[in-house]
Write a protein that binds this ligand. Structure first.
Ligand SMILES: Cc1cc2nc3c(=O)[nH]c(=O)nc-3n(C[C@H](O)[C@H](O)[C@H](O)COP(=O)(O)OP(=O)(O)OC[C@H]3O[C@@H](n4cnc5c(N)ncnc54)[C@H](O)[C@@H]3O)c2cc1C
Length: 514
């Protein structure tokens, strides 16, 4: 019975960051327990199915997975890579960026393809395109752990040069070219990181873009396979994972350290150390305002989060719509980087479109996922509802009707870009910002957690250590979001407890064996 057992580590939340920390610590001999509130583990790796089609909720494509690249090596250390079923996206273009006038541009895989495509379309801008690629690579070199290197400093922090964090991405690209279309094309996958001209740092763009340029893959039959493979590794090393455990509070020892956490169902679990994979603002509420410095508590609660999304999930009639081996960023404006501030009536201004890869057919798509930004305040009326498989609740017919309205707006724009698609659709489903809020536990259903801001580097950089000596943080708010970022965050957090050099050498040894 796990309730009577004492663990070395309890990890709150089974997102990829939490699972990574659990696997690394278990593999290094610690007794770990992961507590997850949902019916499914994986956080944003969760999937669901409709009409026998599997839909990803939060991971559509993953970078850094070509042989020898960073995530490939980390996944090998975590002993999951060989089990994964992955579809490599098109070399000539893994992302397509389409503007209001219908003109489209491809982001090719690999720096050579990326540059060649764009130089063909912007021959007079060759210098700017080459300089942009050079800068992206140069920035990535400042982050030792991103390159699986220890770095000069012996701290576990993954950042070596704070000045690099303070460069704005849009500002930087504006120094390279005055061609507005080129700027919007170079930074056209901005919805991947909720891009903002006045906030998004260049390093965030660099770390994410570089990873996609070095191996973009789609999970075949859903990203939950990654979470399942992680759970196998954790269990292989005697770690435990318990679902339906919604952590709500903690008990403390007299010396101010955490003794145990308790859950909504009344159960409680004790450990020496606790790692939270839950959003920092929520983590601090769980462990009690009184246990943190007031200024720190206030700062974390006030930090701005990235926007949420409305998702439309389409299932197709059999063999009706061809599979697209790339993602499409469909913009209904010429300005791709002002969408998070967009308040206009002609929503949506951007759609992220992808057809999930399945093992059933390579030629035809079974389904399509369509994402558009939407603030959770649009669903204000249902703010007090909570609905997950683990804790179900009917939000009512008015909620369903409101979602149908939004689906209709998205569908009209999809039809404009893919004429005739409506005839090919079997069924349409959708999820709202409050679906994300309930399933992930991030405030307002924020997609990527705390918004990074190059003007407020210190305030928006969250350390994995906290003022409670046996509590650390992991996940998308610690390093950067995305599967690569949170996997690195799991290692960063683990390095608070185990020898970084030893683990990095072991990661490299795996690479040499393969
Ligand atoms: C719509 C969308 C699209 C995305 N697309 C991509 C993509 O294509 N590629 C990519 O790499 N990344 C993508 N991302 C980002 C990526 O999915 C996330 O950055 C990453 O998965 C977050 O991992 P995490 O470790 O921070 O944990 P999370 O996934 O945030 O998981 C946190 C976990 O904690 C649990 N939890 C919360 N509160 C409690 C509690 N009180 N008790 C117990 N458990 C709790 C939650 O249930 C959840 O399982 C996308 C995200 C979204 C939302």
């Amino acid at each position: 019975m796990q309730e009577n057992k004492h663990y070395d580590f309890i990890i709150l939340g089974s997102g990829m960051g939490g699972l990574t920390a659990a696997a690394v610590l278990a593999k290094n001999g610690y007794q770990v327990l992961v507590l997850e509130k949902n019916h499914q583990i994986g956080g944003s790796l969760q999937v669901f199915s409709r009409d026998k089609c599997v839909f990803d909720t939060g991971v559509h494509y993953i970078g850094g997975l070509d042989k020898g690249e960073n995530l490939y090596q980390l996944f090998n250390y975590l002993e999951i890579y060989p089990q994964l079923k992955l579809q490599r996206l098109d070399d000539k273009g893994y992302d397509l960026i389409r503007f209001n006038d219908g003109t489209s541009y491809l982001h090719g895989q690999g720096y050579e393809n990326f540059q060649a495509n764009l130089i063909e379309q912007f021959p007079e801008e060759e210098g700017a395109i080459i300089e942009f690629c050079k800068k992206i690579k140069e920035i990535c070199a400042y982050f030792p752990l991103y390159n699986l290197e220890e770095g000069d400093d012996k701290s576990t922090n993954y950042i070596n040069d704070p000045e690099i964090l303070a460069i704005g991405a849009w500002d930087y690209v504006s120094t390279l070219t005055s061609n507005e279309r080129l700027k919007n094309v170079l930074l056209g996958s901005g919805p991947l990181y909720a891009a903002s001209k006045t906030k998004t740092p260049l390093y965030e763009v660099a770390l994410i873009m570089n990873s996609y340029l070095k191996g973009s893959y789609r999970p075949i039959d859903g990203g939950s396979q990654i979470a399942k493979a992680m759970s196998k590794t954790i269990r292989k090393y005697k770690g435990e994972i318990i679902k339906h455990k919604h952590v709500t509070g903690a008990e403390f020892n007299e010396n101010g350290t955490i003794k145990s956490v308790h859950c909504k169902d009344g159960s409680s679990f004790t450990a020496n150390n606790f790692i939270s994979n839950i959003h920092p603002a929520v983590t601090l509420q769980i462990f009690g305002k009184e246990n943190f410095k007031p200024a720190f508590y206030k700062r974390i609660q006030r930090l701005e989060n990235t926007i949420s999304a409305f998702m439309v999930y389409i299932t197709f009639k059999k063999d009706a719509f061809e599979y697209l081996n790339y993602n499409s960023y469909e913009f209904f404006s010429d300005d791709t980087w002002s969408l998070t501030e967009y308040q206009g009536n002609d929503w949506p201004q951007m759609l992220f479109v992808c057809t999930p890869a399945t093992s059933k057919s390579k030629k035809y798509a079974e389904s399509m996922s369509v994402m558009s930004y939407l603030e959770s305040s649009s669903f204000e009326e249902w703010q007090n509802t909570y609905n997950t498989i683990s804790e179900p609740m009917d939000r009512g017919t008015a909620y369903e009707a409101f979602k149908k309205e939004k689906e209709g707006l998205i569908l009209a724009k999809i039809e404009a870009r893919y004429p005739g698609i409506k005839e090919k659709i079997h069924n349409i489903y959708s999820s709202s910002p409050i679906t994300y809020r309930d399933y992930i536990g991030s405030p307002d259903g924020s997609l990527y957690g705390i918004a990074k801001d190059y003007n407020k580097v210190l305030a928006t950089t969250i350390n994995s250590k906290t003022s409670i000596s046996n509590l650390t943080l992991t996940g998308q708010n610690i390093v950067f979001h995305g599967i690569l970022g949170v996997t690195i965050s799991g290692f960063v957090t683990s390095f608070e407890y185990i020898d970084k050099s030893k683990i990095l050498n072991e990661i490299k040894a795996y690479e040499n064996e393969l």
